[in-house]
Design a protein around this ligand. Structure first.
Ligand SMILES: C[S@@+](CC[C@H](N)C(=O)[O-])C[C@H]1O[C@@H](n2cnc3c(N)ncnc32)[C@H](O)[C@@H]1O
Length: 212
């Protein structure tokens, strides 16, 4: 065999190798992009994973807020099920959620279920959002975050607010009502009571109503 023929590079295999590398690399990047937002909460100081509310839990939240109207926020809104259910009950409902995939899915679901005009979903860290404008608040958190969240909400919420905690109650606030049982229990708190409890907040007239 002549020398040139023996040493001729095999140009036919190169494009296939490149395609395989591209497909494998692209798939890995896509897999990382999809899974990272779900894994990231576990790596934070307070681990708050995506665990969706059960159907009974959603119904307990709605029942606890039956007599209420206006705006509502679900803190850590997951796939948007509480926000969407609240919008169907007449609230203007918002969700704040760290995971962008869940936020995009929530927006799609709200649109599909015809409540997109009564809902909004934000990609945000709950610790960086001010909840001052919300008289109805829902949180399905974890025990490790509830004490810090108590302080934040007592500082920010109006005295007309009601807060509903799902599955895990706040550590020091006294609930005015509980709805449901077991893992579906929700605790309802009245801002007038917890603002007295966290007695550094509130106007002078509110403080005098608290007996201070
Ligand atoms: C227990 S799930 C509750 C989901 C939804 N509220 C429900 O009841 O179906 C908590 C949600 O909070 C989100 N989350 C975790 N850390 C967060 C943070 N710092 N800011 C906003 N959302 C957060 C998680 O991604 C998860 O979707």
């Amino acid at each position: 065999m002549p020398w040139e023929k023996r040493n001729k590079p095999n140009t036919k295999q190169k494009p296939l190798g490149l395609i395989v590398t591209g497909v494998v690399g692209g798939s890995l990047v896509a897999l990382y992009a999809v899974t990272a937002p779900f894994v990231a909460p576990a790596l934070r100081k307070i681990c708050l994973p995506f665990v969706p509310a059960t159907t009974v839990q959603v119904s307990n939240v709605l029942s606890a807020l039956r007599a209420r109207t206006g705006t509502l926020v679900d803190i850590g809104s997951g796939d948007g099920r509480i926000v969407i259910a609240a919008a169907k009950q007449g609230f203007r409902a918002s969700g704040f959620e760290l995971n962008p995939w869940l936020v995009w899915y929530s927006r799609y679901k709200a649109w599909k279920e015809g409540v997109h005009h009564k809902t909004s979903f934000h990609i945000s860290d709950l610790w960086k959002v001010s909840f001052t404008q919300y008289p109805n608040v829902v949180i399905f958190g974890v025990p490790q975050m509830m004490e810090r969240l108590e302080r934040k909400l007592a500082e920010e919420l109006p005295s007309t607010a009601k807060v509903v905690a799902c599955r895990f109650p706040f550590p020091t606030w006294i609930p005015e009502q509980t709805v449901g049982e077991g893992i579906d229990t929700v605790w309802v708190y009245d801002a007038k009571t917890f603002r007295c409890h966290n007695n550094k907040t509130g106007t002078p007239s509110e403080q005098s109503q608290c007996g201070q």
